[in-house]
Design a protein around this ligand. Structure first.
Ligand code: MN
Ligand code: MN
Length: 461
């Protein structure tokens, strides 16, 4: 392809230029929608990943050609051996499985003005008003003191009830309307309505205890009948309120996917597809899907833990005996696969448009993250970036570059710096998303398609 003197990013839609290719992209988006609709929590996502890996003959024993390890159902590592020795480095794609949501508190249940609500503590960066007056589903698990796990998923099937946080009616919102957004919506008011009726025992019930006939008591009886649990069991539960209902195509042309949790499940989906579909090659490949990115990557299942290192260490004896881990890391190339904020049609002034990501222009590189003078960033070197640019251009895969918002106004972090800590080459690279962190994030079907193609090309390089 002849180079032009000036540069403009290429439309991904223009590259989906045959009806057959469009059909394939739509079929991929349909599968992606199923995945998004089924995986609302980090545990559900890791379960899905492990199921797909097992189907493709990935084994938890670290001796074969395809291996994986699941850390407590919340993080997962998978690798496929290449013909080259491991000390020549991995091709690694990292993404995160956790998403912003409302976690139930340890003692969630409160009864006030004829309803029982669950008190919550939000997880990750949410805009609180987006969670009011909408259907919520409840996902997670309760663990009994004997270790028995009781999975919970309610509010997704049409015949199941959903849950809801009430919002103020406009008639009474006069004062709130004059408050600052951050003050108008309080975290302690993100209380999810779970029940409203008291027991219908027909008057024969003993009234010895004051709360015998309360809404809460009725709810606890229902919970015991359905799940066999007591209120104390909720203390050792992980219950998450998430937007209810499936992801959907958005627009007459079905060119966008709208749904919860696309940051970062779009990259999880694309990276997994790429790992499973890329042609076998020389370089050893791996994916790592971490938890806890949205709250700073701390914790055993987050990117700051040693889990990834332990997994690679376990690869060494079978693939490159007598070599040092440091060699593997220093020779590795990584993609920190995370979404970038797409240029918002209604808030264009918050972006610096020439360096903003656009929906439908392919996956997006962010050379650095951080904010205000690149503080807290990991920055990729120009040599590595140039190598990746050449790789995608050679395969005619559209790509773009961006930074998150205007200088001194935007910014953010990803898992890139945790990989950079090993001295490996790493750059952020993922599709743009509109309405990021909202209950209905939007992504372009063309970008989903080319994210998979780009990650495949990365593994095959
Ligand atoms: Mn993310
Ligand atoms: Mn995020």
């Amino acid at each position: 392809m002849k180079k032009k003197f000036s540069y403009q990013p290429q439309s991904a839609w223009k590259k989906l230029n045959t009806p057959a290719l469009r059909k394939k992209a739509e079929a991929l988006a349909e599968r992606y929608i199923e995945f998004l609709s089924a995986c609302k929590t980090e545990r559900e996502t890791v379960d899905y990943i492990c199921r797909r890996l097992r189907q493709e003959k990935y084994d938890e024993k670290f001796s074969g050609e395809r291996v994986f390890r699941n850390l407590r159902g919340k993080a997962v590592f998978a690798a496929r051996r290449g013909s080259a020795p491991l000390h020549e480095g991995l091709a690694l794609i990292a993404a995160h499985v956790d998403t912003p949501r409302l976690d139930f508190k340890q003692r969630p249940l409160v009864e006030q003005s004829d309803v029982v609500q669950a008190k919550t503590h939000y997880y990750g960066g949410i805009r609180k008003h987006q969670w009011l007056a909408r259907h919520l589903a409840l996902h997670g698990l309760v663990v009994r003191e004997n270790g028995e796990k009781i999975p919970v998923s309610i509010g997704e099937k049409p015949d199941e009830p959903v849950f809801c946080i009430a919002d103020l009616l406009p008639h009474l919102a006069q004062k709130q309307g004059n408050q600052k957004l951050n003050e108008a919506f309080e975290a302690e008011k993100l209380n999810v309505i779970l029940a409203h009726s008291s027991s219908t025992g027909g008057g024969n019930e003993q009234q010895s205890e004051k709360n015998e006939n309360s809404v809460k008591e009725h709810l606890l009886k229902l919970l015991h009948a359905k799940y066999g649990i007591y209120e104390e069991d909720m203390i050792t539960a992980e219950l998450q309120a998430v937007p209810a209902g499936p992801a959907r195509f958005v627009g007459f042309d079905k060119a966008l996917v709208g749904g919860y949790g696309q940051d970062d499940r779009i990259c999880v989906f694309a990276a997994l597809e790429a790992l499973l579909r890329a042609k076998p090659g020389a370089r050893n490949r791996a994916v790592i899907f971490w938890d806890k990115e949205e709250i700073g990557s701390e914790g055993a299942t987050g990117a700051s833990s040693r889990f990834f290192e332990y997994c690679v260490e376990n690869l060494l004896p079978s693939v490159s005996p007598a070599r040092r881990l440091a060699e593997v890391f220093l020779n590795s190339r990584a993609l920190s696969a995370d979404v970038q904020a797409a240029l918002d049609p209604d808030f264009q002034d918050l972006h610096e448009k020439q360096n903003a990501a656009r929906l439908g222009y392919g996956p997006c590189f962010s050379k650095f993250t951080g904010s205000r003078g690149k503080y807290g960033a990991s920055e990729a070197d120009a040599e590595y970036f140039a190598f990746l640019r050449g790789l995608l251009n050679a395969k005619d895969i559209p790509w773009q570059t961006a930074e998150l918002g205007k200088v001194d106004q935007g910014g953010g972090g990803t898992v890139a710096l945790f990989l950079a800590a090993y001295g490996m080459r790493v750059i952020d690279f993922g599709p743009p998303v509109l309405s990021m962190h909202s209950p209905c994030e939007l992504a372009s079907c063309a970008d989903i398609w080319f994210a998979v193609e780009a990650y495949k090309a990365f593994f095959e390089a």
